[in-house]
Write a protein that binds this ligand. Structure first.
Ligand SMILES: Nc1nc2c(c(=O)[nH]1)N[C@H]1C(S)=C(S)[C@@H](COP(=O)(O)OP(=O)(O)OC[C@H]3O[C@@H](n4cnc5c(N)ncnc54)[C@H](O)[C@@H]3O)O[C@H]1N2
Ligand code: MOO
Length: 398
């Protein structure tokens, strides 16, 4: 089963998302819901605006001709009488239109005939500069759908719709395990035969940005007993992410260690580069993603599988990343039999391939802010061609 042909990215993503454990729903202060996903449709408890309001500073008018100023309506302090024909009030932006008034003359266009008598040289049509009651949303409107990510604008909308608390799912607890005999825990103390363990920190940062509570484990040696002991630490995690040891080498022990721990392998290998030897397994409700050790492969598979899994567990309606069309600034090479995600730097005008596409090359990953999606068997394309690409949240150049 597990050595079946590599899946396509979309097949593999669908299988991973189908495994997503639904995190429990909790009502939290709206401000704490930022970065989470709504667990239910959000229905407005009030209309916005709750009355007809002026959109400008000026005069709220009743009738045509010239108008006697009989008072003022300020935001938060409405004028409480009904205007008669030929009357107006001074009005400020956001203030209630008084009863009887149906249009606003802006201050700059008003001519004062007397200290309390105003006119204008052109027609002011009914409804001019008036925001009608409920034009933004009415009480009872569905303002946000379940599965929507709460960002700053959605937060403001929810609050203005009368919600001080929002129902959201917590982020999953994720254990991230680095494995490999060559890994040094301390980058400042790394022998010639070692490399600093950078994948765990990178994956933890990617998941931390989604709000996950991350438990770092390791680095763990390529040793069945050490791996078994390390896996015990992941007992309470909703998701376990391993990096390294996923391939076919004699020291690639992750798969047998997971199986010995009770994990059931769902699939292994996806037809993509970088990131082919990605492994997905379950253990009860826990979902386990074994990412390939090459740092760029770890990054790309975290981007395509782990982050969508986390978003799905949090209830996102659109958990997988979406593509934009970017113009390539340089020609792109022909692609072999495996779909490739090419690192490139997009400057707002065009996307240029970074120096190396080797799956170990971290300098070129750090210089990239997008992944150009090149299907298997693609022909070479000329500079200036639009190609699909995923934009990356990748440090200062994003
Ligand atoms: N005979 C074959 N060899 C390889 C194949 C294959 O199909 N047949 N696939 C290659 C591909 S593609 C990849 S990707 C790698 C994946 O290998 P593993 O997941 O087994 O990873 P390792 O061998 O443990 O490490 C690969 C590379 O990455 C470095 N590494 C590992 N963990 C970390 C970490 N936490 N932080 C930083 N760097 C890490 C490790 O030192 C190696 O250099 O396999 C190919 N081989
Ligand atoms: O396909 Mo491996 O994951 O990059 O070099």
């Amino acid at each position: 089963m597990t050595d079946s042909p590599a899946l396509t990215l979309e097949e593999a993503q669908a299988r991973v998302l189908a495994l997503a454990p639904a995190m429990p729903v909790k009502r939290v202060a709206a401000t704490e819901a930022v970065g989470r996903y709504l667990a239910e449709d959000l229905v407005a408890r009030r209309a916005q605006p709750s009355a007809d309001l002026s959109a400008m500073d000026g005069y709220a008018l009743c009738g045509v001709g010239s108008w006697r100023i009989v008072g003022e309506s300020r935001a938060g302090a409405p004028f409480d009488s009904k205007l008669m024909w030929g009357q107006c009030v001074r009005i400020s932006t956001g203030a209630h239109m008084p009863a009887g008034a149906d249009r606003v003359l802006i201050r700059e266009e008003a001519e004062l005939l007397q200290p309390d008598l105003v006119t204008v040289s052109h027609d002011i049509p009914p409804g001019q500069h008036v925001r009608k009651c409920g034009f933004d949303f009415a009480e009872g409107d569905k303002v946000l759908a379940a599965g929507t990510r709460i960002g700053p604008a959605q937060l403001a909308l929810a609050i203005s719709a009368g919600h001080g608390q929002l129902p959201v799912r917590r982020a999953p607890r994720v254990a991230v395990l680095d494995s490999g005999d060559e890994l040094a825990a301390d980058p400042a103390d790394c022998g010639d035969h070692q490399i600093p363990a950078s994948n765990g920190a990178m994956i933890a940062a990617m998941l931390g940005a989604l709000g996950c509570e991350v438990l770092r484990i390791g680095p763990v040696a390529d040793d069945a007993e050490a791996l078994a002991a390390a896996l015990e630490q992941a007992e309470g995690a909703d998701i376990l992410v391993t990096s390294g040891g996923a391939s076919v080498g004699d020291h690639d022990l992750i798969r047998p260690a997971l199986e010995a721990w009770g994990a059931r392998i769902d699939f292994w290998k996806v037809a993509m580069k970088p990131g082919k030897p990605v492994m997905v397994a379950t253990r009860g409700t826990q979902v386990i993603l074994g990412l390939p050790g090459n740092p760029v492969s770890s990054f790309v598979t975290c981007f395509h599988f782990v982050m969508p899994l986390v978003r799905a567990a949090m209830g996102a309606s659109m958990p997988v990343p979406r593509k934009a069309m970017l113009v390539c600034g340089t020609e792109l090479p022909a692609i072999g039999g495996r779909r490739e995600f090419l690192r490139a730097a997009w400057d707002g005008t065009s996307a240029t391939l970074v120096d190396s596409q080797d799956s170990s090359a971290l300098a070129s990953l750090a210089a990239a802010n997008c992944l150009i999606d090149r299907p298997a068997g693609s022909e070479m394309v000329e500079a200036g061609t639009s190609v699909p690409a995923y934009l990356l949240e990748n440090g200062g150049i994003a």
